[in-house]
Structure formats: structure tokens, C-alpha cells
Design a protein around this ligand. Structure first.
Ligand code: PRP
Length: 206
């Protein structure tokens, strides 16, 4: 049985559709209920709906053999997993954003609000810029508006959230997409199953 951690939400549903077309269907997953685990013994798959930022934890610790996780999470938490495939979906970017017209004159310590503390620290360290990190858990865009921070480091997908809050991208840090990851020991024991799934999924992703 291959245990697969899917990120709850639109991305996970899109990925499940790919797995379904690849021959790993589990029809009960589409029933509208609050269940979190779905199994198709005949196909040898068991799916879990997991909070997107937790997928790498399930996979790293072996509760799931494989999972789908954003490159942002892999960059921020460096889980000890194999990254097997770029799913080329869930595409967005990690970017620095600020109020329209903001210019960093480099004089004072830059106040940076973010969920992505390690990524932000590494980015500003590479530029030799002194920063004060403000670790938030969501609605990051509020921080520069309320004067809590000078800039934010956050995910930009369509850019709508920035636009509607009079913010703009200052710089892109790195592009993001969903990745298929695997538990290292699980990969050793289930190489054939994982490789078989991978090759079918690859064909559909292109
Ligand atoms: C993410 C991100 C931005 C938004 C970007 O937030 O933190 O706020 O999506 O998307 P857009 O460019 O298409 O507008 P999420 O919905 O995960 O909520 P959060 O506020 O909890 O981070």
C-alpha cells in the first residue's frame, strides 16, 4: 500500500485528478464529507488530506510514503526527503513586497514581516542587509499597511492580494511550484511502486 499525503485544498484536488488519470483512483475521495483518509486496496493506494504546510512532516517521518508539497516549504524547512518531481502546478513565487513607491535607503534596520523566516534571513544575508524579522502566520500584507514592517516576504500568485492592498512586488526571491516528495526509507522499500506511479504521472504532467 502506497501512502500518499495530499495538500488539502485546490492544489491537492488538482494533483488527485492527475493521480486518478494515472490509474490511482480512489472514488470515495470525491464524496463530500469530512473524512481525511481514503483507500483503494485494489489499486494499492491510501490518500490523506493534510494541511499543505504539514505534508513534508508526514513524509519526512514516514507516516506517508510520498506527498505533494510546495517548493516554498522545502526551502523553508529543509525536510530530509527526496524531491522526485516538479509537478509544474501550484506555480507562484516568493517575493519581497512593500507599499507602492517604497524605497529601501539602506539606512536603518529593515523590518521584514513573513511566515518564511529562514528564506527571508538567507535572502537578506546574501545581500548583506541588516533586518529585523517579524514572524507572522498569515495576512502578512497587513504589516506594511499598519506600519508593523517596511516590507514583507510572501507568496505572490496572481498578485491580486498585493494589488487590492496597494502593495507591489519589489523583487522576486525564487519561483515556486508543487513537488512530489518521498520518504527516504519508504523509497527504498517501495521503489518499484513509487517509480511506477512516477512514470505514469510524469507522462500526464509533460
Ligand atoms: C497566500 C499569500 C498571499 C496570497 C497571494 O495567502 O500569503 O496572501 O496567497 O495570492 P495572490 O497573489 O493570488 O493574491 P493564503 O491564501 O495562503 O493566506 P494567508 O494570509 O494565511 O497566508
Amino acid at each position: 500500500m502506497l501512502n500518499i499525503a495530499l495538500p488539502k485544498g485546490r492544489l491537492g484536488e488538482k494533483i488527485y485528478d492527475i493521480f486518478e488519470r494515472a490509474g490511482y483512483e480512489c472514488p470515495s475521495i470525491k464524496e463530500n464529507n469530512r473524512k481525511l483518509i481514503f483507500e483503494n486496496a485494489e489499486k494499492g493506494v491510501r490518500y490523506f488530506w493534510v494541511k499543505p504546510s504539514d505534508v513534508s512532516i508526514y513524509v519526512e517521518r514516514g507516516a506517508a510514503d510520498i506527498g505533494i508539497c510546495g517548493k516554498d516549504i522545502l526551502a523553508e524547512y529543509s525536510p530530509d526527503v527526496y524531491e522526485l518531481l516538479d509537478c509544474k502546478t501550484g506555480v507562484c513565487r516568493l517575493a519581497v513586497a512593500a507599499k507602492k513607491g517604497f524605497h529601501d535607503d539602506g539606512q536603518n534596520t529593515l523590518k521584514v514581516a513573513t511566515k518564511f523566516v529562514k528564506c527571508a534571513e538567507a535572502y537578506y544575508a546574501s545581500k548583506g542587509r541588516d533586518i529585523d524579522i517579524i514572524h507572522l502566520n498569515g495576512s502578512i500584507e497587513l504589516a506594511p499597511i499598519l506600519g508593523l514592517s517596511d516590507v514583507i516576504v510572501d507568496i505572490v500568485e496572481t498578485g491580486t492580494t498585493l494589488k487590492e492592498n496597494d502593495l507591489e512586488v519589489v523583487e522576486t526571491i525564487f519561483p515556486i511550484s508543487a513537488r512530489l516528495i518521498a520518504n527516504k526509507a519508504g523509497f527504498k522499500f517501495k521503489t518499484a511502486e513509487i517509480e511506477a506511479l512516477l512514470s505514469k504521472v510524469k507522462l500526464l504532467i509533460g
